[in-house]
Design a protein around this ligand. Structure first.
Ligand code: GUN
Length: 287
């Protein structure tokens, strides 16, 4: 069966083009969107992500401000930086790159970000707003997946959607967005019994597990839409998803590649959330 390749790289490029024009328009009205990115320590993967986010900002004309703090930074110092950024009118969005070192209380740090600048949508206020469907921001990865499905005209309403993974960043918010789009949602995780059988009921299967090539052909119903959130590094320095693409693409009706699927969409949604925050902050002040 021929499958549709859900090309996130291509859609992200199209979105960035549109966002560049939107930022230009905002600048003409006297508003420049700004994103502050805080990175703590020297995690190489986090460094790559932060560099990509800064590059993306540059590409569309968003101002980015990086704050690199040492691995052993005191929690109070990090919280003070967040307070400063909360009060800085040049900053519309604040992002603390995760994970942060163990001696820092992640919950406390995320709660310190002003909810209207929380472009990751990890603050409990935004988590709650998402739950009741009244959200200004949705977390970037699930929001990017919804855009990808919409762009491919894949109807979600009434479909069985199985989400594998229950993280606060992907699994839980993904399930909420799917529910708001009228899918019938099942959330699976490491303790789920008969995972294979549950996955086989999915019209739309979303894998956010963190285990390379875990979802093989026998997890997937013929004709299902398969979304791979996994970013697993391979020994040769490459990247592979949670889905065995070669096998699963033989029976899926649509599937995301890794790389080039969900990853670029996550990055594009961060830009979108930052522009949205800017418009919210400058509303009434635009010339
Ligand atoms: N680490 C891995 N993914 C993310 C993300 O979406 N946002 C932040 N802040 N950190 C991450």
């Amino acid at each position: 069966m021929a499958y549709t390749l859900l090309n996130g790289k291509d859609l992200a490029l199209r979105m960035k083009k549109a966002m560049s024009a939107q930022v230009e328009e905002l600048k003409n009205k006297g508003a420049i969107p700004g994103l502050a990115v805080i990175i703590v320590g020297n995690d190489p993967a986090s460094r790559i992500y932060v560099n990509s986010k800064k590059r993306d900002c540059e590409e569309v004309g968003i101002r980015s401000f990086e704050y690199a703090l040492p691995e052993d930074v005191q929690e109070e110092q990090l919280l003070e930086l967040i307070d400063t950024l909360n009060n800085d009118d040049n900053v519309d969005g604040i992002l603390v790159q995760l994970p942060i070192p163990d001696h820092l209380d992640e919950g406390k740090v995320l709660r310190r970000i002003r909810p209207d600048k929380d472009v990751d949508a990890f603050h409990p206020y935004n988590v709650g707003e998402l739950m009741i469907g009244n959200h200004a921001f949705a977390p970037c990865t699930p929001a990017g997946i919804m855009e990808l499905l919409k762009d491919a005209k894949i109807d979600v309403e009434g479909k069985n959607c199985v989400v594998v993974g229950r993280s606060n960043i992907v699994g839980k918010p993904m399930s909420m967005l799917m529910l708001h789009a009228n899918a019938t949602v099942t959330i699976c995780h490491s303790r789920t019994k008969n995972l294979k059988d549950v996955c086989k009921t999915a019209d739309i299967l979303i894998a956010a597990i963190g285990k390379p090539n875990y979802i093989t052909r026998d997890f997937v119903k013929e004709g299902a839409v398969v979304i791979d959130v996994g970013i697993n590094r391979t020994a040769d320095g490459g990247m592979t998803g949670d889905v065995d693409f070669t096998e699963v693409s033989k029976i899926a009706s649509a599937i995301t590649p890794v790389p080039g699927g969900v990853g670029p969409m996550t990055r594009a949604m961060l830009l979108k959330n930052t522009i949205k925050a800017c418009i919210m902050h400058k509303r009434g002040k635009l010339s």
